[in-house]
Design a binder for this molecule. Structure first.
Ligand SMILES: [Fe+2]
Length: 165
């Protein structure tokens, strides 16, 4: 049973999400040192992913620092701190979704190059990234949107008149 965890009031990136981005960053940096095609493809993926990760760490992941408390507790007035992030996320969501598409095709090229060259380590990095981005699109982004809606409703604020509404 997940213990009741009280939100510390800080807009931190939940540790698990931070670790997964850090792990991918480290893997990509290693893959870029490959002197051949794998290195070129990895560089392309890194150029797309690094700013994308930063944006997620700024506007999406911190919203989820409230998730565990919200799952077991109530909306508290100080949770309004996240609302500017929720608005930023709803404004960026379309562009983040597009970035996911562009990243997915670059990752596919990296994966193919890694298979062709028998570079198992780079293939694992690419596959891990592919899964990670898919989990974001299927679970993390919708969860962040839900947290925003739930907090707004709990504080009796009108919904954001953006695509999430
Ligand atoms: Fe992402």
């Amino acid at each position: 049973v997940t213990p009741h965890v009280q939100w510390n009031g800080k807009l931190d990136v939940p540790a698990g999400l931070r670790f997964s981005h850090d792990q991918i960053r480290a893997g990509l940096v290693r893959a870029t040192t490959d002197p051949g095609r794998v290195g070129q493809e990895a560089l392309l993926v890194a150029r797309l992913c690094l700013p994308h990760f930063e944006q997620e760490e700024k506007a999406v992941f911190p919203v989820l620092s409230l998730l565990r408390e919200l799952a077991f507790g109530e909306v508290r007035p100080e949770m309004a701190t996240i609302l500017p992030l929720v608005i930023a996320f709803s404004e960026w969501q379309e562009s983040l979704d597009k970035q996911h598409e562009v990243i997915a095709s670059a990752v596919e090229s990296l994966l193919q190059a890694a298979y062709r060259e028998g570079n198992r380590e780079a293939a694992e990095v690419a596959y891990g990234l592919k899964v990670h981005e898919r989990v974001e699109a299927d679970a993390i982004y919708p969860a962040a949107t839900l947290v925003g809606k739930y907090v707004r409703e709990g504080l009796k604020l009108p919904p954001i008149s953006r695509p999430e509404a």
